[in-house]
Design a protein around this ligand. Structure first.
Ligand SMILES: NC(=O)c1ccc[n+]([C@@H]2O[C@H](COP(=O)([O-])OP(=O)(O)OC[C@H]3O[C@@H](n4cnc5c(N)ncnc54)[C@H](OP(=O)(O)O)[C@@H]3O)[C@@H](O)[C@H]2O)c1
Length: 349
């Protein structure tokens, strides 16, 4: 009798715990392998170089700042919350004493803050900028249209326009660093998202004042649009670098599905059903969601890989080229139009 019970319990354990756990482990290992990795033997030397990471107080940006510091760079952490940035630096300093870490205030939802950041940077550290990582970003709540200080739709204003202005103001510094290192172009790295594929920019209504919001249940169309703008910006920026013959490259990337704080406060306002938060999310997290360190790998790859020295204007994912031609909505005409409209909005011309 006791023998029957034991073998029954073993079968339960086998079918409901061991087999599912091994299957999940196999899927997890396969996905990790497919994701690719930064090849540190293929990195340019950044010791002593100046780099900027926006949104370095948290998530992918914080890890990116750490990766640069470990490699000896002077890292400017461009953050809107200075206390949070100080905590991030203190945490990073527990793991590495390499490099220099400097916090500067930058609020991308305010054009005057962007201008102030750029002029202070040029005044204090203006010997050339080797890498600019446009990483900061927000996901706005579904179905809601918020505005920045300058009256722009928030996701578009922060994720695209703030970075558009910042990059343009820092171009002379990027060019300067590129001139000093002819074999090693300066780089602009734009942290976009695969969500750009669901975006559709209405170029005559960029602030979404007239176009009806067609959000999905848990993802904002405005976020997707802002990420589409990131990719169009990357295309046009590369075109300008080529025509101006400057030694600067740019790349856009999707970090993957990464477990960070982005959008979490929105979930509190609009919580998904119980089975999503308690079954689907934990399972996804276990199997395929990246942690912030893994999420920063493609940013580090685009910032440092020698393989990319002769490439510009492309998109990357999992430390690999991600073919634009296989995705719609990235027309060069739209990229040029968006650039012209953005210039007017941020009053560059
Ligand atoms: N996580 C993902 O699955 C995922 C997927 C695709 C793309 N991405 C992209 O990856 C980038 C980094 O996101 P994350 O996942 O690391 O999120 P996160 O942990 O929330 O970090 C976002 C960073 O951006 C900063 N930020 C937000 N609004 C800002 C503003 N107005 N001015 C200056 N800084 C601002 C935040 O500052 P505070 O610390 O002050 O909030 C924070 O440092 C974003 O561009 C995001 O769109 C993420």
């Amino acid at each position: 009798m006791s023998c029957c019970i034991t073998s029954f319990l073993y079968s339960i354990l086998l079918y409901f715990a061991i087999i599912p756990a091994l299957t999940l482990l196999a899927i997890r290992l396969t996905i990790r392998k497919l994701r690719g990795k930064v090849d540190i033997t293929n990195e340019v030397d950044i010791s002593g170089k100046t780099v900027i990471v926006t949104g370095a107080s948290d998530g992918i940006g914080k890890v990116t700042a750490e990766e640069f510091a470990v490699r000896g760079a002077r890292v400017i952490l461009a953050c809107r919350n200075l206390q949070k940035a100080e905590r991030a630096v203190a945490d990073i300093r527990m793991r590495t004493t390499n490099g220099e870490m400097i916090i500067m205030h930058l609020n991308l939802s305010s054009l005057s803050s962007v201008r102030q950041f750029a002029s202070e940077f040029i005044q204090k550290y203006g010997g050339g900028l080797s890498i600019l990582v446009n990483n900061a970003g927000l996901v706005n709540p579904v179905g809601m249209r918020k505005l920045t200080e300058d009256g722009f739709e928030e996701a578009f204003g922060v994720n695209h326009l703030g970075h558009f202005l910042l990059t343009n103001l820092l171009l002379p510094e990027l060019v300067k660093a590129g001139e000093k290192n002819p074999s090693d172009p300066s780089r602009v790295v734009i942290v976009s998202s695969g969500a750009h594929s669901w975006g559709s920019l209405s170029l005559d209504d960029l602030m979404y004042e007239k176009t009806p919001l067609e959000d999905w249940k848990w993802i904002s169309k405005l976020y997707c649009n802002s990420k589409l703008a990131n990719n169009l910006f990357n295309l046009e920026l590369a075109k300008k670098f080529r025509s101006d013959k400057v030694n600067v490259n740019c790349y856009a990337l999707c970090p993957g599905f990464v477990d960070t704080n982005i959008g979490k406060e929105n979930m509190a306002d609009n919580p998904p059903p119980f089975w999503v938060t308690h079954v689907l999310f934990p399972l996804l997290k276990l199997v395929m969601v990246k942690d912030a360190k893994e999420g920063a790998e493609t940013t580090v790859y685009c910032s440092l890989s020698k393989y990319l020295t002769h490439h510009s204007g492309e998109m990357y994912r999992n430390c690999e080229f991600w073919d634009y031609s296989k995705r719609p909505k990235l027309s060069e005409k739209d990229a040029t139009k968006l650039w012209e409209k953005s210039e007017k909005l941020v009053k560059l011309n």
